[in-house]
Write a protein of this length. Structure first.
Length: 398
């Protein structure tokens, strides 16, 4: 096959399988932080309350505060404390030279809080993989449909394994054979298998962990794949050295990537390879599906923008949910997602460009290079005939 398809899955694609929403995981994290004895002993519970309270006061709406914002602030604040006088310059964070942290916090409490947040995320999403109430057959059929005609490259920002449950033979960058122990990332094979049907977990997975003791051939901080989610859960934490950033601060190693500085966290194996591959695949794609994305990951938007900047533009299908038909739901209110959809992904299906309504839930852009589905991922999977019609109407010039 010479045609290539890239599918980028976001959180909205998994919520319908009862993976926790942002609000739900935020509430779960808060409950566990407040109840955990180590959080109380380390001061992590007080750090959580202080960070949340300050954000609620600062943001326009107290309800806007979510776990990624809290994690980001806790993580960054943990590097605002002075280092030892003898620290080498490249290991001395720069911003403390201009700011002084006056809050009643300490580094241990903030680091403990960050660790607890990632632990809750990992365990909650791992449990969700076993609790899915929906059949995965529609997802299996959709993936198989694309695989029949295109080299299929799937990227997901979700930690769950619903896609792998639906298509177990997809290549992940790790050996695709069940094994009782940890499996190492296939550094050479990954770049030799550029035409394999694959799914790559850009922001980590509930199958990834830091094996201990370390395998002989591994390097400090290497993430390994565990076939068993339960086994992976035992190795989710890393308590060794962090990953250095150029401003002298560091990034805590985690099996799942969260917070607001995700690009820094992708500078480790295997995520760095997944991100590089995403850029390559997007620039070679014949069609792109963006499914359930709120477009909040700017490091992904930048490559979607590049692919859509090609001449001719790579056709793009954007699958999400709006309360009503897209053209009607966005007639007067244009929020962050719609603005990014218009400017970053160049989906000009609104404003002065207009848009053509197709059926009950599709909108085709006037230039014919993009289309929007507005009735959620499960509705999209159930409407194969409508998808086929839209694909016939899209302009495939390359």
């Amino acid at each position: 096959m010479t045609k290539r398809a890239v599918l980028l899955f976001g959180a909205g694609a998994s919520v319908e399988y009862e993976a926790p929403s942002t609000a739900a995981i935020t509430a779960e994290i808060e409950a566990q932080v407040m109840a955990d004895e180590w959080m109380k002993a380390s001061g992590g519970d007080k750090a959580y309350q202080l960070v949340k309270g300050r954000l609620q006061t600062y943001l326009q709406s107290p309800d806007d505060v979510n776990f990624e914002q809290i994690y980001h602030c806790a993580h960054e604040l943990s590097y605002m404390f002075p280092h030892s006088a003898g620290a080498m310059n490249e290991f001395r964070p720069l911003l403390p030279a201009f700011t002084a942290l006056k809050e009643p916090l300490d580094e241990r409490a903030l680091r403990a809080l960050c660790g607890k947040i990632t632990d809750v995320i990992y365990s909650r999403f791992s449990a969700a993989c076993d609790g899915n109430p929906l059949a995965l057959d529609p997802l299996s059929k959709f993936v198989e449909k694309i695989r029949r005609t295109h080299v299929t490259r799937i990227y997901t920002t979700n930690y769950d394994d619903f896609i792998l449950q639906a298509a177990p033979d997809l290549y992940t960058g790790f050996p695709n054979v069940p094994a009782p122990g940890p499996q190492q990332f296939e550094l050479r094979k990954f770049w030799d298998r550029l035409d394999d049907a694959s799914v790559f977990f850009l922001h980590g997975s509930v199958h990834l962990g830091f094996p201990h003791p370390m395998p002989e051939e591994s390097e400090i901080g290497d993430l390994y794949w565990f076939h068993s989610r339960a086994e992976a859960r035992k190795h989710a934490r890393f308590d060794g050295s962090d990953v250095s950033r150029m401003d002298g601060t560091q990034v805590m190693r985690t099996s799942v990537v969260t917070g607001l500085d995700k690009l820094s966290r992708l500078q480790q194996r295997p995520m760095s390879h997944f991100y590089a591959s995403l850029a390559s695949d997007l620039m070679r794609a014949d069609v792109i599906y963006v499914i359930g994305s709120g477009l909040t990951d700017l490091h992904l938007n930048s490559w979607l923008r590049e692919a859509r900047s090609l001449n001719p533009a790579t056709p793009l299908l954007f699958v999400d949910y709006w309360n009503g038909h897209f053209l009607e739901a966005t007639a007067f209110d244009y929020h962050r997602k719609e603005i990014l959809l218009f400017h970053e992904l160049r989906v000009h299906a609104k404003g002065p460009y207009g848009g053509k309504r197709l059926g009950d839930h599709w909108t085709l852009s006037p230039d014919g290079t993009s289309a929007i589905w507005d009735n959620g991922f499960q509705g999209f999977l159930a409407a194969e005939d409508e998808l086929n019609d839209v694909l016939l109407r899209l302009k495939f010039d390359h």
